[in-house]
Write a protein that binds this ligand. Structure first.
Ligand code: SAM
Ligand code: FES
Length: 351
């Protein structure tokens, strides 16, 4: 059977052509999907074993100048209650996270210009000074190249910037006023500066085709990022896409597994959006080749306000609750929590 041959080829070489990927997507049945997940798990285990790396997520501002059609904190959503954490409040989240054992902090926000380069640098320096053995990941959108450089020099070592979709026409429809080319250019710049870089995309966007998803996979193969974030589209009622259908767990799992096989050494989160669509969505993603989780460290009062999509999980839970909840889930799929920095293996020797 040619599907078996293609899956074997993917497993053995970590490569498939555009046409081969399309063929796989169009012909996957239940049996071959399980085979795909099995190959993805084995590939992950070869690089990282059965460890799941923990990242403490701090959502420090929901103020955003962008207008992504799918996103609940888009500038155009006048119903969103806006907030910003001060340097002190962000630091407080890190302190709580550090005490819980976290050694990676992901600082995420809307594209909020109040956090000038100087302010961001000061926040990074403060965290680095108190917690020198913790890694800092930024996820604050598109910035100038010299700002990216300043953050890196201040001690931020990772940057998450999903490419969102590799279809230029879909990207332009979903991101009014934004530049498809600039977002991708940022990813190359971040890589060149020396960050561990995370790209990734949304599965099940309105109008997205199988061909588009194959382009997402091929873009990842070409960029060869250190981290890959893949999550399903989930509508938010106060957005222009509020009445559209959500992406599916099944389609997202297939993308997670294919990403694992195409970029075998990447760090790949089981995303919160997966946990939102399905009660065991994150566990299923781990079973399809993921190996990172990002429990929330934001103050409980801020969590409902950082509502990117409907029914987001962990809205009412304290950080300590999520920490133990996620451990149980990880153990339920025969994996183990790793509280270390969890660098990409190419970056481990450097420290
Ligand atoms: N502003 C930064 C940026 O653009 O990279 C980081 C924050 S942004 C809210 C984080 C991610 O949320 C985006 O990359 C996007 O993929 C995801 N997201 C936003 N709205 C979503 C939705 N309705 N469904 C699924 N994912 C969504
Ligand atoms: Fe937050 Fe389970 S991880 S409640």
């Amino acid at each position: 059977n040619s599907l078996d041959l293609l899956l074997d080829k993917l497993y053995n070489t970590n490569e498939l052509s555009r046409d081969e990927l399309i063929y796989v997507l169009e012909n996957l049945d239940e049996e071959h999907t399980q085979k795909l997940f099995d190959y993805a798990r084995r590939t992950r285990d070869r690089y990282y074993g059965n460890k799941v790396y923990m990242r403490g997520l701090i959502e420090f501002s929901n103020i955003c100048r962008m207008n992504c059609l799918y996103c609940g904190i888009r500038a155009g959503n006048s119903k969103a209650e806006r907030y910003r954490l001060s340097e002190e409040e962000i630091f407080e989240c890190c302190r709580e996270g550090y005490a819980l054992g976290y050694r990676t902090f992901v600082l995420q926000s809307g594209e909020d210009p109040w956090y000038t380069a100087d302010r961001v640098v000061s926040i990074i320096a403060r965290i680095k000074k108190s917690f020198p053995d913790a890694a800092i990941t930024l996820s604050i959108g598109e910035r100038d190249d010299d700002e990216y450089r300043a953050f890196f020099e201040a001690g931020a070592e990772r940057y998450l910037l999903r490419h969102e979709t590799a279809s230029k026409s879909l990207y332009e429809r979903l991101h009014p006023g934004a530049s498809f080319d600039n977002r991708r250019r940022c990813l190359w710049v971040l890589k060149e500066i020396g960050y561990q870089v995370g790209a990734g995309f949304i599965v099940g966007l309105p109008g997205q085709t199988k061909q588009d998803l194959v382009e997402d996979l091929l873009f990842l193969k070409q960029l060869n990022p250190h981290m890959i974030g893949i999550g399903p589209f989930i509508p938010h009622k106060e957005t222009p896409l509020g009445k559209e259908k959500a992406g599916t767990v099944e389609d997202t799992l297939v993308m997670v597994a294919l990403a694992r096989l195409l970029v075998p050494d990447c760090l790949l989160p089981a995303t919160t959006a997966m946990g939102t669509l399905h009660p065991r969505g994150r566990e299923l993603a781990l079973m399809a080749g993921a190996n990172v989780v990002m429990p929330n460290l934001s103050p409980v009062w801020a969590r409902p306000k950082y509502e990117l999509y409907q029914n987001k999980i962990c809205i009412g839970e304290e950080a300590a609750h999520c920490r133990s909840c996620i451990e149980r889930r990880i153990n339920s799929v025969s994996m183990e929590v790793d509280m270390g920095r969890g660098d990409h293996y190419k970056f481990r020797q450097k420290r």
